[in-house]
Design a protein around this ligand. Structure first.
Ligand code: FMN
Length: 369
């Protein structure tokens, strides 16, 4: 099936049905009423989730891009299951679920019965696709292999599991050191960072808007990204990408799109667009996870920058159709690829000031039980 056409076709059909049920004139009228009496319409729509869905279907297009991205992502997820590619979201998720089974206390003799079949098939697809490629030992496939190998060596016997075990054992083994499996951390040596040092780092990091006009070495950017990739993500999917721009003309173009950079975007040495991928999910229920996972990684990224002598500023990306279109064109984004935020980065100008930005006291920000 042609992926570009499918969601659009669906949209056309839905529009056709909507126009048949509520003719064009009715929709225009509804919009006029909504504009004239916004509170009346809103207070009617809050009466039920269904009415609010009608509001967003016929009166406000505010969620249109998100809906489209989610539908597109769902389709892409199922289409990608059949493709061979660098990284597979289903495989990542299921291997992680196996890891959790392997470290469960007390250990259960039988687990993963309902998803081991799809996991082994997805592993098999990935393996076949990479037949002639030399895999690095830190690859996703090595991790999957090690975990599957350990799983099948200790899980009990059950028809579905035995069938999957047979398929796995017939596949060519990887030259692996069997290390990518659950392990006990060495907690005996002291952590090289103590609380006071971490607090000092947290105080040092500020949103910095003024930078020295000096290029940012790519090895430093990569080092920071390496630290950021160690951040937690739901089922270890890591459904995001850091799109880095350090070529001055491109930096200018990208940095001038968001609204929150007016007056200072001309001095960014580099800018990062954090992009989430909704194709990581089979269901709408996970649509918010791109924002959570990418933000956690972005925070680590900004701390890592500080340790490398760099500073940064997160930049807001509200869902504004005209700006979304500009970014989509410039970055060649697919509909399920959603910008989460941008981050400017560079060597801080020591003469540039930062905002005081008073933080909330404990009493306002935490509650026990
Ligand atoms: C999601 C997010 C969006 C932000 N957007 C902007 C922005 O568009 N422009 C800007 O100058 N600062 C932006 N900031 C920076 C905030 O203004 C800043 O984090 C806040 O005032 C606290 O200051 P601090 O980061 O120095 O602690 C953003 C921060 C976050 C987390």
């Amino acid at each position: 099936m042609e992926i570009q056409a499918s969601p659009r076709k669906i949209a056309h059909v839905v529009k056709y049905i909507a126009k048949t049920v509520i003719p064009e004139f009715g929709i225009i009228k509804l919009k006029q009423i909504a504009q004239s009496f916004p509170e009346l319409i809103l207070s009617s729509c809050v009466r039920s989730p269904f009415l609010s869905s009608l509001y967003y279907a016929f009166i406000s297009p505010a969620f249109r891009r998100e809906h489209y991205g989610v539908v597109y992502g769902k389709l892409k997820y199922s289409e990608e299951l059949k493709l061979a590619k660098d990284s597979d979201f289903l495989l990542r998720r299921n291997i992680h679920r196996l890891e959790k089974g392997l470290l469960m206390r007390p250990f259960r003799d039988i687990f993963a019965r309902d998803y081991i079949d799809e996991t082994v098939n997805s592993y098999k697809n990935a393996l076949l696709a990479k037949q002639n490629v030399v895999l690095s030992t830190d690859s996703e496939l090595h991790w999957a292999y090690d975990v599957l190998k350990q799983y099948f060596s200790i899980v009990g016997s059950e028809p579905t599991i035995d069938e999957a075990r047979k398929i796995f054992l017939e596949l060519p083994p990887l030259n692996s050191n069997n290390q990518s499996v659950p392990y006990k951390r060495d907690l005996s040596s002291p952590l090289p960072v103590n609380y006071d040092q971490f607090l000092a780092l947290s105080h040092r990091r500020r949103s910095v808007r003024w930078y020295l006009q000096k290029p940012v070495p790519r090895d430093l950017l990569d080092k920071a990204i390496k630290a950021a990739t160690l951040s937690p993500s739901a089922c270890n999917r890591q459904p995001f990408e850091f799109r880095i721009f350090d070529e001055p003309e491109l930096v200018k173009q990208v940095a001038s799109i968001p609204m929150g950079t007016k007056g200072f975007n001309h001095n960014f040495p580099a800018i990062i667009v954090v992009v989430g991928k909704l194709r990581a999910y089979f269901s709408e229920r996970d649509r918010h996870v791109i924002y959570i996972d990418a933000s956690l990684a972005s925070m680590s990224l900004m701390y890592a920058f500080e340790t490398l002598g760099l500073s940064s500023c997160p930049i807001n990306w509200p869902d504004i159709e005209a700006l979304e279109k500009k970014m989509e064109l410039l970055l060649k984004l697919e509909p399920d690829e959603r910008v989460i935020m941008l981050i400017s980065v560079g060597y801080p100008d020591p003469d540039g000031m930062v905002a005081y930005s008073q933080k909330k006291p404990l009493s306002q920000i935490r509650k026990y039980n």
